[in-house]
Design a protein around this ligand. Structure first.
Ligand code: ZN
Length: 152
């Protein structure tokens, strides 16, 4: 990772960890999942309100390391207002980005701030921290389970 990206990575993580966006259980939601990363001890609950195929609201609660918290904060900021299919596509891209499968610079630059998480690919334990909120979001959209564990 070049220095510019490294600096941005630290800035984004510090900022979202200090003041997480969309934090707290909402009054209205119709999708929910609970995520847990046993390797680090990160917990994240994701609440989503889907209406007419659009993610009208997405919020989270939980406790964990700076990476999981900032990733959850950024995930909710980016997914909010998107179509469900777009949210799933973002999940795929994010997953490929942090596991090192995505190297297409054009796709990465379209991901905006999410691109800073590219740096975790060199740290397998951190990959789970970064991807946990995304796995939980996807699980909530599908209501697949009430409790999930992140797999990179
Ligand atoms: Zn963690």
């Amino acid at each position: 990772m070049d220095n510019e990206l490294k600096e941005l990575y630290q800035q984004v993580i510090l900022d979202h960890n200090k003041s997480p966006r969309n934090y707290g259980k909402p009054e209205n939601y119709n999708h929910f999942a609970e995520g847990y990363n046993p390797l680090c001890g990160d917990h994240v609950d994701v609440y989503i309100k889907v209406e007419n195929g659009i993610v009208e609201d997405v919020r989270f609660e939980g406790s964990g390391c700076a990476i999981s918290k900032s990733s959850a904060s950024l995930m909710t900021s980016i997914v909010k207002g998107k179509k469900v299919e777009e949210a799933e596509k973002l999940f795929d891209n994010f997953h490929d980005l942090v596991t090192g499968k995505l190297d297409d610079e054009a796709v990465i630059s379209e991901m905006g701030k999410l691109a800073v998480f590219q740096g975790v690919r060199d740290f397998p334990a951190r990959v789970k921290c970064a991807s946990l909120p995304w796995h939980t979001m996807k699980s909530a959209l599908h209501d697949e389970a009430t409790k999930i564990t992140s797999e990179p």
